[in-house]
Ligand binder design. Structure first.
Ligand SMILES: Cc1ncc(COP(=O)(O)O)c(C=O)c1O
Length: 443
């Protein structure tokens, strides 16, 4: 009998171990499928058990403390295993032979898993190369003709603002609504900007710098009544906030796997049935003609698993992250004079704390804490690279100088209180040192 290796490895007791499973090469497709499902299921459940017992170690931050989950989360061991299982296979999901069919089934299974997370039909999901591409597809895909108006907010991620500015150059009328001092977008302010030619409203679920969650319960209903399309940038918040496309009355919704313990460079756009999009990538009939190019099957499979886990563990994750946030913020408020928590009094994503530290440059704190073994961030990962003053903080009414003292600390589902203690122990004297330095140099 011919044996086929169908699975591989994991980190067991800190060592890289190979877990092998063999399946007979059965020609009969249904038997082959049920056997594959059985074996893969047992491997995944074995990995999960080992991880739960603390016998599987994550490869993130060896000796370091990672507090930048809003930029990217580590891969969940079950996601990793699902990716490895599909990496072992060959075949183009578009091919009509058995290998192609096998890959296609994996992609379609992942589509079901993503759809379940947001309560839509699998056919309404378009896989993309990340959140930015999903948003670009939503914004550019709708606007073939320039005679229209879009409403968005001044605190959106660059993945939204940059395409909107581009569309503005092409003749689209753009209105950006501001936020209150707490960073929240008010539905009423959006509604006041709607006009007869408004075709789309695009808003984020939660802000990537402050974690502030926008209260959008009413907005979708109002837009639906007026026949205006609604795009939700749900890249931050998906997997933590309940995002049902019908409850929210959204027509388009963008997701990114890398914020949900899935792989980087994979995302999805939900497109409500009946909403017509012009592709932004041409070259084939993939994704029902909405996004050309061979599917990133391993990435998509990992994304599917990440969505499945997020759906099953959402409440548990929310509770754990909320208690970490409460713990961290009480430490920060008692230990650092003058610190303020952005959006302190409004609902925020659990796990994400944004603080403003007067008298220091957030960037300097990030660099010195990096040398001490901590990963955190000054602002959004993309603007951090360009060291710009945060447009989000400016929109909230902070001065440029105040905004320069911003720091984003984002915990994840495996962050421990002991790690937060170590972080605060290191942050407190560092802030003191940098403040003294700045006083002395007058900079
Ligand atoms: C709110 C928000 N939207 C969009 C994006 C872009 O997603 P991606 O990095 O997957 O392209 C990000 C990434 O940080 C984000 O935080």
């Amino acid at each position: 009998m011919v044996l086929t290796i169908i699975s591989r490895c994991g980190y067991v007791n800190g060592k890289f171990e190979t877990i092998r499973a063999f399946s007979p090469a059965i020609n009969q497709s249904s038997e082959r499928e049920s056997l594959r499902t059985l074996i893969e299921g047992s491997i995944l459940s074995l990995c999960h058990q080992l991880f739960t017992k603390g016998e599987v170690k994550l490869l993130t931050s060896e000796g370091r403390i990672y507090l930048d989950h809003a930029a990217s989360t580590p891969i969940h061991p079950r996601v990793r295993e699902a990716i490895l299982l599909s990496l072992d296979r060959v075949g183009n999901p578009q091919s009509i032979h058995r290998d192609g069919e096998d890959m296609r089934e994996r992609v379609e299974q992942a589509r079901i898993q993503v759809a379940r997370l947001i309560g839509c039909k699998p056919r309404e999901i378009v896989f993309t190369g990340g959140g930015t591409e999903a948003i670009n597809l939503a914004l550019f895909g709708l606007f073939g003709q320039p005679q229209a108006h879009i409403v968005s907010t001044s605190v959106e991620h660059a993945a939204v603002l940059a395409p909107l500015r581009r569309l503005e150059q092409e003749g689209i009328r753009l209105s950006l609504v501001g936020v209150s001092g707490t960073g929240q977008v008010k539905t009423q302010q959006i509604v006041e900007r709607l006009s007869s030619d408004t075709r789309l409203v695009s808003v984020q679920v939660a802000n990537n710098e402050t974690g502030v969650i926008h209260d959008l319960a009413e907005l979708g209903r109002i837009l639906k009544e007026r026949g205006i399309l609604f795009h939700l940038d749900a890249v931050q918040g998906a997997g933590l906030i309940d995002l049902n496309v019908d409850t929210l009355s959204v027509d388009l919704l963008s997701l990114s796997a890398q914020k949900m313990y899935g792989p980087q460079g994979v995302g999805a756009l939900y497109v409500r049935q009946g909403v017509l999009l012009t592709p932004i990538i041409w070259g084939g009939r993939h994704e029902r003609g909405r996004r050309a190019g061979t599917e990133n099957t391993p990435g998509i499979v990992g994304f599917g698993m990440a969505c499945e886990l997020a759906r099953l563990e959402r409440e548990e994750r929310f509770t754990h992250l909320s208690s970490l946030t409460e713990y961290l913020e009480s430490l920060l408020l008692t230990r650092i004079p003058g610190v303020s928590i952005s959006g302190e009094k409004v609902p925020r994503l659990p796990g994400l704390t944004h603080i403003v530290l007067p008298g220091v440059y957030g960037e300097g704190v990030v660099q010195s804490l990096d040398r001490a073994g901590f990963s955190l961030s000054h602002g959004a990962a993309c603007s951090a690279a360009g060291s710009e003053v945060s447009h989000v903080l400016l929109a909230m009414g902070f001065s440029e100088q105040e905004a320069a003292g911003g720091l984003r600390i984002s915990a994840g589902i495996w962050t421990k209180e002991s790690e937060l203690n170590k972080f605060v122990e290191r942050l407190v004297p560092e802030v003191e040192r940098l403040r003294n330095l700045r006083r002395r140099t007058g900079d």
